[in-house]
Design a protein around this ligand. Sequence first.
Ligand code: ATP
Length: 284
Amino acid sequence: MQIDLVENAEVEAAARSAARGISIQVRAVSKAYGEREVLKTLDVEIAAGEFVAIVGRSGCGKSTLLRLIAGLEQPSQGRIGFERGGQSSGHHDGAPEIRIMFQDSRLLPWKRVLNNVGLGLPRASQASIKALAQVGLEDRAHEWPAVLSGGQRQRVALARALVHEPELLLLDEPLGALDALTRIEMQQLIESLWKSRGFTAVLVTHDVQEAIALADRVLLIEDGEITLDERISLARPRARGNLAFAQLEERILARVLKHPAAQPDSALGDLSLQRTFSQVGWAV
Ligand SMILES: Nc1ncnc2c1ncn2[C@@H]1O[C@H](COP(=O)(O)OP(=O)(O)OP(=O)(O)O)[C@@H](O)[C@H]1O
């Protein structure tokens, strides 16, 4: 039974890598802000079409790594490269189509939903309407962002990313502000779009359960280093009540929380981890 699950996961992963994703090579990457070294000589490879989640305590450098992959910041040392169909590229030459989603939808309040989705395109096009339909909001196309709920605004942000046919979708805690039910619905939406479109996805999250529900691999960053690289071989869609899921969640949570040294700016993330921790019945 377990072997079947693993084989299915491997077949699915191979099919996805043949689709639209790009692979990412992070080579000996360090990042310092002044005296503070946030990331220390990181080496990690992410395969085309893979879904990778990054977890870790607040302030450990998750978003920094995402910004470096996005090309929004430069490494202090090392290099980040991409490969598409055997051809290498950086952020400049033949740069991949990278889109990023944040916790806040960052919609322009003075533009209607459809024009927010089509931002940067010559004009609101069929592609924007199609993207809105894919997130289930085609009937809200002509409304203002202000009248949408938080979850709906995040759907619009997702449509805005999808309209550019991303090869790499970076997700920086995009569901962090949503209620639990909306969050699960959004996770399912992201998973189904990722499966159908085949882009590579990198998700930063405080929520270990979310990481296990969505990712092929979970990376843990501690003290600026990757200290855990766990492959998740559970068949999709993943049932949260499942014993194998719960055991994996418990093990990764225990691993995340083991680290004794709380950073000064760690309160928020640790609270979030504790909440998840208590959901699986552990005393904190
Ligand atoms: N532009 C910057 N200048 C100076 N320090 C920075 C800058 N950006 C991030 N840092 C520091 O780098 C460290 C890592 O920040 P980062 O945002 O990557 O953490 P994180 O793991 O994503 O945290 P959280 O889970 O709270 O979002 C923090 O100590 C932060 O203060």
